[in-house]
Ligand binder design. Structure first.
Ligand code: BGC
Length: 905
C-alpha cells in the first residue's frame, strides 16, 4: 500500500485567509524503503479539478515546503489542491484527498468598511476599565445566499455573534501583535448562520491593546480607543454580491460584561439587560496595518474536572483542579447562595495549606459574577484568562458539588506531535509538567508565565524552550507569525532585539532594565534556526534573515572590540543558583555569556546564509565566528585552552555547546564541568542559559551516567524535586517552594514557567534517542540510551514526513527496540552496547526476522551475517557509516518498521 495523506497548506487545511500557500504531505506505506521519486501537485478553481490553474510536476523527494508558484492568486477566492506521488517509474499513489485554501482580502482598497468606535465610553470598576461594548447591525439577505464571509478585526479583543451564535471556536482575536505595525484580521465562513433577517453583534473588550500590561501598572499601551472593523460579504445564487461594512449606522450597546481585563479578570452582571446607547462613530484609523491572520488561534483545547473542594484553615472554600492550567473556571449557577459569586485564582497552597495568590503580584485574577434567577446558567468569562490550579470560591452554598465546575483549558491551537512515556512515574510526571507548561504558555504568543502581571513574549524563555516545544507540538506557524514582530521592533533600536516581543516594555518601563541583553536578543537567530531544523521550514529563514543579521550586526557594534560583547547590562544565567540567595543573576560572567551567545548567533547566521544560498554573507559571518571564537579563547580561557575564567557550570556548558573550545580540548573542559557538578554533590546549579544544554554536553562527552544522575535527583535542586513537591507544571525557580515549605520571594515566583522544561529536548534525544540529522527529520538518528531506572520508553514524533517511533524495553536479560521510520526518510539506528567486551562479541542481535552479530569494534559488512536481513540496503551500508564507536553498532535504514532484540549482559 502507498498513499498520500495529510496534505496541508501552510500547515493547515481548508482554511480561509491564506496569502502565500506552502504545501506539504506525507507519503505513507507499509512497505520498506519507500521513497518518493516524483510528484504532481494541482491547484484548481473547482473541486472536480476541471479548471486547474497550476499543474506542477517535479522529480524530487521533497514533500514539504513546496511553494505555490502558479499564476497570481485572486483575493477572496477558494482554491482546491491535490497531490499524487510516484515511488518508481510505474508505481504511484492515487490522488490525495483534496483540500482547499481560500484567500482573504489582499489589499487596503478591498476594505469597504470603516474603523468605527463607540460613542459612549463607560469607565467601570476600581481600576477604571473601559466597559466592553457591542457594535450591532441588522441586515437582510436579498436572495439565496450561497456563500457568506466576514473579515473582521479590532483594536482590542472581539467576539462576533450572528443571530446570537458565536461565529467561530476562536478566542482572543485578533491576537497579540505589535499593533503599531501589524493588526491581524480574521476571515470566517458564516454561510450557515445567515437567514433572511439577520443581526450581527460584535463585543469588543480591551485586551492587550489597552488593558493593563506588564508590572508597571501601565495601561493603554497601544492606544485608548477600542475600534472595530468588519466586512460581511453575501454571495447569492445568481452571482451577485452584497457587501456590508462597519460604518456609523451601526448601533452601540452595553451588555452584561461590566469589565474584562486580561490580568484582573471579568465582572459580569447577569442582571443587566442589553441596552442600546446610541451609534458607533467613524474612527479615521489606518487600514495599512491590517494583515491576514497567520497560524492558529487560541482555542479551548480541553476541559478538566476539579478533583477536590475543601475549606482551608482560613475557612475559605477552595476548589482544586488537580492540575495547574490556563483558561477559565466555568460553573453552573445551581448551588449559589449569594447575589455575587467571586472566583479568585491561585497556583499553589501555602505552607499551611491555605489559598495563596501573592505571587500573582498586581494581577487580581478575579472573576465576579452577579447572579441572575436562572439556576441552570453556565457562566464562562470573556477577554480574560487565568493561570491556576486552585480557585477560592465565594458565594456558593455548602452543598456545592464538584460537578458544578469545569476547567476550560485555553491555548494556541498547536497540534501535539510528540509523545514521550517511560516506565518511570516521576519522569512521566516531569514530561506531563513540560507539556502543560507549553500548553499554558503558548497563548497566542510564547509567554513567560500565565498568571502574574506579565504573560509577555520574553525572548530568552522562548528561545531556550523552543527545541522542546517543537518536539511536543507543531509550533511552526504559530511562532513564525510571532517572529514577524521582531524586525519592526529591532528597526526602532538599531537592530537590538527587545526583551519582550511585542515590545510593550519600551519607553518608561523598558528603560528600567535595558533595551536588550544577550540570550534574550539571540531569540532572533536561535528560534528561526530551531524551526528550520525541526520542521524543515526554509521559509522561516528567508522571512527572518534580515532580523537575524540586524541582531548580529548590532552586537558586533557593542563591546570593547568587534569580537567581544563585554559591555552593557547582561541578565546572563538568569536565576542560577550559584549567586547569592534571592539574587536574580547567576554567577557566570556577563561578558562571557554575551560573547558566547554572540558567537552562537553568528554561527547560526552564517549557516542560514548558506542554506539560503547567500555565499557572500556566509563567508563573512563564518569568518566573524572564527574571530569571535579566537577572542573568546583569549579572554575567557586559560592558556591550557579549556579552563574557563568563571568557575561555574554554565561557564563550561556554553563554550562547549557553542563550539568555542577547540574540539580536542572539549573533553577536558567537560571533565572540569563534571568536577564542578561532583563538587556540588552531583547537582546542577545552572539558570536559564546553562540548564538547556547541561545534559546534552554531559551526554555528548561520555558523562551519560551523570546526565541521568541529574535527571533522577529528587532532592533540591533538580527537576524531580519539583515533581516530588507536587508540581504539575514547571516552576520558574529550582526553589519556588523551598525545602522548609516556604516560598521564593513573591516578587517573582511563577509555578508555570516553561524555561526549565528545556530538559525535554534531551529526554527525546537521549531516552527516546530520536535525533535530527537533516532538517525536518528527513534523515534522523535513533540512538536510545536505555537506563534501568526507566526500564522502558516509548517516544514518538510526528514529523513533517510521518511518525517516527522509538520504543524500547530493558530487562535484566534483554534489550528490545521497535522503531518506525516513515516513508521517504532514512535513519541511522545506533544500538546501545552491551556492558562488557565479551558480551559484545557473543551478543546476537535478532533484527526482526534476521540476525546480525556484534564484532569487537571492527564492524564490517562482511563479518555481519546478513541472513534474511533483506531490509538493510547494502548500498547504504558501508564501513564508514556503520562503525560508530568501539562497541556501538549502527545501521542506516530506509523506511519501515523494525524490531531489534539482544542480550545486554
Ligand atoms: C520573566 C522571565 C524573564 C525575566 C527577565 C521575568 O520577570 O518572567 O522569565 O525572562 O523576567 O528579566
Amino acid at each position: 500500500m502507498i498513499k498520500v495523506s495529510n496534505l496541508r497548506c501552510n500547515d493547515t487545511k481548508n482554511e480561509i485567509g491564506i496569502v502565500d500557500p506552502i504545501f506539504s504531505w506525507v507519503l505513507e506505506s507499509n512497505e520498506r524503503f519507500v521513497k518518493q521519486r516524483k510528484y504532481q501537485l494541482q491547484v484548481s478553481m473547482d473541486e472536480t479539478f476541471s479548471s486547474v490553474i497550476w499543474n506542477y510536476t517535479r522529480y524530487s523527494e521533497e514533500t514539504t515546503n513546496i511553494h505555490f508558484s502558479g499564476p497570481q492568486l485572486e483575493a477572496k477566492t477558494r482554491y482546491y489542491v491535490r497531490v499524487k506521488s510516484w515511488i518508481s517509474k510505474n508505481v504511484c499513489t492515487d490522488w490525495s484527498e483534496p483540500i482547499f485554501f481560500e484567500t482573504p482580502i489582499f489589499s487596503e482598497d478591498e476594505w469597504h468598511a470603516d474603523w468605527i468606535r463607540p460613542d459612549k465610553i463607560e469607565l467601570t470598576g476600581d481600576k477604571r476599565y473601559r466597559r466592553p461594548y457591542i457594535a450591532e447591525k441588522k441586515f437582510q439577505a436579498k436572495g439565496t445566499v450561497t456563500k457568506a464571509r466576514i473579515y473582521v478585526s479590532c483594536l482590542g479583543l472581539y467576539e462576533v455573534k450572528i443571530n446570537d451564535t458565536k461565529i467561530s471556536h476562536d478566542y482572543f482575536r485578533p491576537g497579540f501583535t505589535d499593533y503599531y505595525y501589524r493588526v491581524q484580521f480574521q476571515s470566517y465562513d458564516i454561510t450557515k448562520l445567515i437567514k433572511a433577517n439577520n443581526k450581527i453583534s460584535i463585543t469588543v473588550g480591551e485586551g492587550w491593546y489597552s488593558g493593563y500590561l506588564a508590572f508597571q501598572g501601565r495601561k493603554d499601551y497601544f492606544g485608548n480607543i477600542n475600534a472595530v472593523i468588519a466586512q460581511i460579504e453575501l454571495t447569492y445564487d445568481d452571482g451577485k454580491i452584497d457587501i456590508l461594512g462597519t460604518d456609523e449606522t451601526w448601533a452601540q450597546s452595553f451588555g452584561k460584561i461590566m469589565y474584562a481585563d486580561l490580568y484582573n479578570g471579568e465582572f459580569y452582571d447577569d442582571n443587566q439587560i442589553e441596552k442600546n446607547v446610541g451609534h458607533m462613530i467613524d474612527y479615521p484609523y489606518t487600514k495599512k496595518t491590517l494583515i491576514p491572520q497567520e497560524g492558529p488561534s487560541v482555542v479551548k483545547v480541553s476541559e478538566i474536572n476539579p478533583v477536590n473542594i475543601f475549606r482551608d484553615h482560613n475557612n475559605d472554600l477552595v476548589l482544586d483542579m488537580g492540575q495547574n492550567m490556563v483558561g477559565w473556571l466555568t460553573f453552573k449557577n445551581t448551588h449559589v447562595s449569594a447575589e455575587k459569586v467571586v472566583l479568585q485564582h491561585g497556583e499553589v497552597l501555602d505552607k499551611d495549606g491555605n489559598f495563596y495568590n501573592a505571587n500573582l503580584r498586581s494581577a487580581k485574577a478575579k472573576d465576579t459574577y452577579i447572579v441572575s434567577g436562572n439556576k441552570e446558567k453556565i457562566y464562562q468569562p470573556h477577554f480574560t484568562f487565568h493561570g491556576f490550579r486552585y480557585v477560592k470560591l465565594e458565594g456558593f452554598s455548602d452543598d456545592v458539588e464538584l460537578s458544578d465546575f469545569k476547567g476550560i483549558v485555553l491555548s494556541s491551537n498547536n497540534d501535539q506531535i510528540g509523545e514521550f512515556r517511560t516506565g518511570n512515574r516521576l519522569i512521566n510526571q516531569l514530561q506531563s509538567n513540560i507539556v502543560w507548561g507549553e500548553r499554558s504558555n503558548f497563548f497566542d504568543i510564547p509567554t513567560d508565565c500565565p498568571q502574574r502581571d506579565e504573560r509577555l513574549g520574553w525572548t530568552a524563555d522562548a528561545q531556550i524552550f523552543m527545541p522542546t516545544a517543537s518536539f511536543n507540538m507543531n509550533v511552526d506557524t504559530n511562532i513564525k507569525r510571532w517572529l514577524k514582530d521582531f524586525k519592526p521592533e529591532q528597526d526602532e533600536q538599531d537592530g537590538a532585539v527587545p526583551l519582550v516581543v511585542p515590545d510593550i516594555l519600551k519607553g518608561d518601563s523598558g528603560d528600567i532594565i535595558a533595551n536588550t541583553t544577550s540570550g534574550w536578543g539571540d531569540a532572533a537567530t536561535v528560534i528561526p534556526w530551531v524551526l528550520y531544523e525541526y520542521f524543515g521550514d526554509v521559509s522561516v529563514l528567508s522571512q527572518q534573515y534580515e532580523s537575524m543579521k540586524n541582531w548580529v550586526d548590532y552586537v558586533r557594534r557593542q563591546g570593547t572590540s568587534e569580537y567581544l560583547w563585554d559591555t552593557d547590562l547582561q541578565l546572563a544565567d538568569w536565576v542560577a543558583l550559584d549567586s547569592p540567595e534571592d539574587s536574580y543573576h547567576g554567577a557566570t560572567d556577563g561578558g562571557l555569556v554575551a560573547t558566547a551567545y554572540f558567537a552562537h548567533s553568528t554561527d547560526i547566521l552564517a549557516k542560514s546564509a548558506k542554506v539560503l544560498g547567500n555565499m557572500t554573507d556566509y563567508e563573512e559571518y563564518q569568518q566573524l565566528f572564527v574571530n569571535i571564537k579566537k577572542s573568546f579563547q583569549a579572554h575567557y580561557l586559560e592558556s591550557d585552552g579549556f579552563t574557563v575564567s568563571s568557575k561555574t557550570q554554565t561557564a563550561y556548558i556554553l563554550p562547549v555547546y557553542f563550539d568555542l573550545i577547540d574540539e580536542e580540548k572539549k573533553q577536558a573542559a567537560v571533565d572540569q564541568l563534571a568536577k564542578l557538578i561532583h563538587e556540588n554533590n552531583d547537582h546542577l546549579n545552572t539558570g536559564f542559559l546553562g540548564t538547556p544544554y547541561i545534559s546534552h554536553v554531559l551526554s555528548n562527552y561520555g558523562y551519560e551516567d551523570l546526565a541521568y544522575r541529574l535527571l533522577f535527583n529528587e532532592d533540591f535542586p533538580s527537576w524531580l524535586y519539583q515533581v516530588k513537591h507536587g508540581a504539575t507544571t514547571m516552576w520558574e525557580h529550582w526553589d519556588g517552594i523551598k525545602t522548609d515549605g516556604s516560598f521564593w520571594s513573591a516578587d517573582m515566583n511563577s509555578f508555570n514557567h516553561y524555561a526549565y522544561g528545556s530538559i525535554g529536548d534531551w529526554m527525546y534525544q537521549n531516552i527516546g534517542g530520536i535525533r535530527l540529522k537533516r532538517p525536518g527529520f528527513k534523515k534522523f538518528i535513533i540512538a536510545p540510551k536505555p537506563n534501568k531506572k526507566i526500564g522502558k520508553a516509548t517516544c514518538t514524533f510526528n514529523s513533517k514526513h510521518g511518525k517516527i517511533k522509538s520504543s524500547w524495553k530493558l530487562t535484566d536479560s534483554k534489550f528490545s527496540l521497535t522503531i518506525n521510520i516513515p516513508a521517504n526518510t532514512e535513519a541511522l539506528v545506533i544500538l546501545p552496547k552491551p556492558k562488557d567486551k565479551e558480551a559484545v562479541k557473543k551478543s546476537v542481535i535478532k533484527v526482526s526476522d534476521g540476525k546480525a552479530y556484534f564484532t569487537n569494534g571492527k564492524v564490517k559488512p562482511d563479518v555481519i551475517t546478513f541472513d534474511n536481513l533483506d531490509f538493510i540496503k547494502t548500498d547504504h551500508f558501508d564501513e564508514r557509516k556503520v562503525i560508530v564507536s568501539e562497541y556501538d553498532l549502527g545501521f542506516e535504514l530506509g523506511s519501515g518498521k523494525f524490531h531489534f532484540e539482544y542480550k545486554m549482559n
